[in-house]
Design a protein around this ligand. Structure first.
Ligand SMILES: NC(=O)c1ccc[n+]([C@@H]2O[C@H](COP(=O)([O-])OP(=O)(O)OC[C@H]3O[C@@H](n4cnc5c(N)ncnc54)[C@H](OP(=O)(O)O)[C@@H]3O)[C@@H](O)[C@H]2O)c1
Length: 512
């Protein structure tokens, strides 16, 4: 192996015992993501030597029943199979279930009793509260925790932190209300707002890649970059989440959080250090530099769409309006494309194109930096007017890695030039060890490192951008031009959005 590993961050070694309380313990997220993540942290020796996980939900069940259910889920969702029986049995011994309604003060007294039954005082006072219920219940849970003296804003015995699942509000006003509720009973430093994209290796690698490679960072500006494309495409439709999607739509579900986060990481200025606040300061600065959309810009820069019946992989798929729990005349967008400008010194005039949608031809997330073309004076006679410009693609998922496209001579007697690629793939370079995003995020939450969580001003700035787009729609119904067939790359208007500037969407790279 060439080169040495330089561990810039702290190798996480959690030594302080703690208890994790999951509100929403009988739900989908707990079974599919949280418990598998805790199991793997345990497997990798990363959990504190002593810990307890207490599940809290209304459904009646014993510790033993909950453990059995979680084991069945783990067999299905674990990233390593088969599940190790010995390890599971040790792990499962730390799982406890507390029946209760989040609205009921007596339930918090029961939770306290459970915590008090632990011998080690650190297991009673070092507490991570994971809020995985409906977002409308978050405020109430925090207040009840405060009333039960389980959550302390002032420094007291041990530490308490809150992990808040997405969505964080549904507009700026509701996000502010939730932030006010949170900061009534906890300091900002005790709050971990989750965006699971930030837990992905490839997303964390954006900063590593940008700021540890001079050959790219030197080019990372308006002088060299022609435009940037960020694609988060999904091959699935809304499935059984129609009820949720009717409230969210692509803009709230994807753009407000994941896509604006990726945009910020790709385009922010270098932070003064790798401290959480330095990184988050730069992200907020960047989000604030996004040019606000005027009514005139709106038509030229924003495209929405909704899928109608089509085929994906040769299989017929229903239209969005025919999905369960979706209104038959719904105007909710299942597709969004945006052209944004960042009004700062580095990016002035460079378009950033973002697109996301359901029932697109493939599931892929990537960032494509397209560089300016060379002045094609040398090859114009042989190769036509335009040489393909260089492009760097950060493949976030799947086929995680980075690809660089440049031009090369086609072997032979003639002077043919065509684009070729260099690929870096995580699996090929580092083997198959890729922790799930939730593993990293849970570890950071227990350690109290806020870098991978969203700060209050960050979430509010993102909502400001999203609200301005929603305001631009004025509740207008979708027009015919805004529909696309399931299994295609979105409405025609999305292609026209780029064509106005002589650009075109690039299909996400598939590495064989
Ligand atoms: N699932 C995902 O992949 C995913 C991804 C990203 C974000 N999220 C977010 O994570 C949260 C949970 O999602 P989910 O999919 O796990 O939802 P879910 O399957 O509907 O689970 C909701 C949980 O909340 C509990 N609950 C509801 N009302 C309660 C009450 N009054 N008192 C106590 N417990 C109550 C339910 O248990 P009982 O019915 O037994 O009370 C259940 O355990 C949501 O905020 C969601 O937006 C989920």
């Amino acid at each position: 192996m060439e080169g040495q590993v330089c561990n810039i961050g702290i190798e996480r070694k959690l030594t302080e015992p703690c208890s994790i309380v999951i509100f929403g313990a009988s739900g989908d997220l707990t079974a599919r993501k949280l418990i598998p993540a805790f199991y793997h942290l345990c497997k990798d020796g990363l959990m504190p030597p002593a810990f307890r996980i207490i599940g809290f939900a209304r459904r009646e069940k014993s510790d033993e029943t909950w453990r059995k259910e979680l084991r069945v889920a783990l067999d299905q969702f674990s990233r390593t199979k088969p599940v190790d029986d010995g390890l599971w049995n040790n792990f499962a011994g730390n799982l406890f279930y507390c029946v209760g309604n989040v609205t009921d003060a007596a339930a918090y007294a029961k939770l306290e009793q459970k915590l008090n039954s632990f011998q080690n005082p650190k297991l009673r006072h070092n507490l991570l509260f994971y809020l995985a219920t409906q977002p409308s219940q978050f405020g109430q849970i925090i207040e009840q925790l405060h009333n039960a003296r389980l959550l302390h804003k002032e420094v007291g015995e041990g530490w308490q932190r809150l992990v808040i699942e997405k969505p964080f509000g549904h507009d700026l006003a509701s996000a502010k209300t939730l932030n006010n509720e949170l900061t009534r009973f906890a300091h900002e430093r005790q709050v971990c707002r989750i965006d699971h994209y930030l837990g992905k290796e490839t997303v964390q690698n954006i900063l590593m890649f940008r700021f540890s490679n001079s050959i790219f960072e030197e080019l990372w500006n308006r002088e060299s970059v022609d435009h940037v494309q960020i694609t988060v495409s999904e091959k699935l439709g809304v499935g059984d989440r129609g009820g949720y999607y009717e409230e969210a739509g692509a803009l709230r579900d994807m753009v407000q959080n994941h896509m604006l986060q990726v945009l910020a990481l790709v385009s922010m200025e270098p932070p003064v250090s790798l401290e959480a606040e330095s990184i988050r300061d730069e992200k907020v600065k960047l989000l604030k530099s996004i040019r606000p959309l005027t009514a005139a810009d709106f038509a030229k820069q924003i495209v929405r769409g909704q899928y109608f019946a089509g085929t994906v992989d040769g299989q017929p798929r229903p239209g969005y309006r025919q999905e369960a729990k979706v209104k038959p005349d719904s105007n909710v967008e299942t597709y969004m494309a945006l052209k944004l400008f960042i009004d700062n010194w580095r990016w002035s005039g460079v378009p950033f194109y973002l697109r996301t949608g359901k029932y697109l031809p493939m599931s892929a997330s990537e960032v494509r930096i397209q560089f300016r073309p060379t002045p094609n004076v040398l090859f114009a006679a042989e190769c036509g007017k335009k040489l393909d410009p260089n492009a760097l693609t950060l493949r976030l998922q799947p086929n995680e890695g980075i690809s660089l496209r440049f031009n090369g001579k086609v072997p032979g007697m003639s002077l043919g030039v065509r684009p070729v690629r260099m690929h870096f793939s995580y699996d090929a370079e580092f083997g198959a060890y890729t922790p799930e995003a939730y593993e990293r995020l849970l570890l950071e939450a227990i350690a109290g490192d806020a870098t991978l969580f969203i700060r209050r001003d960050e979430v509010e700035t993102a909502w400001q951008i999203v609200d301005s787009i929603r305001d631009g729609w004025h509740g207008k119904p979708l027009t015919n031009r805004e529909f696309y067939a399931a299994g295609t790359w979105g409405p025609m208007a999305a292609d026209e959005l780029l064509a106005q500037s002589g650009h075109a969407w690039h299909e996400p790279l598939v590495i064989k």
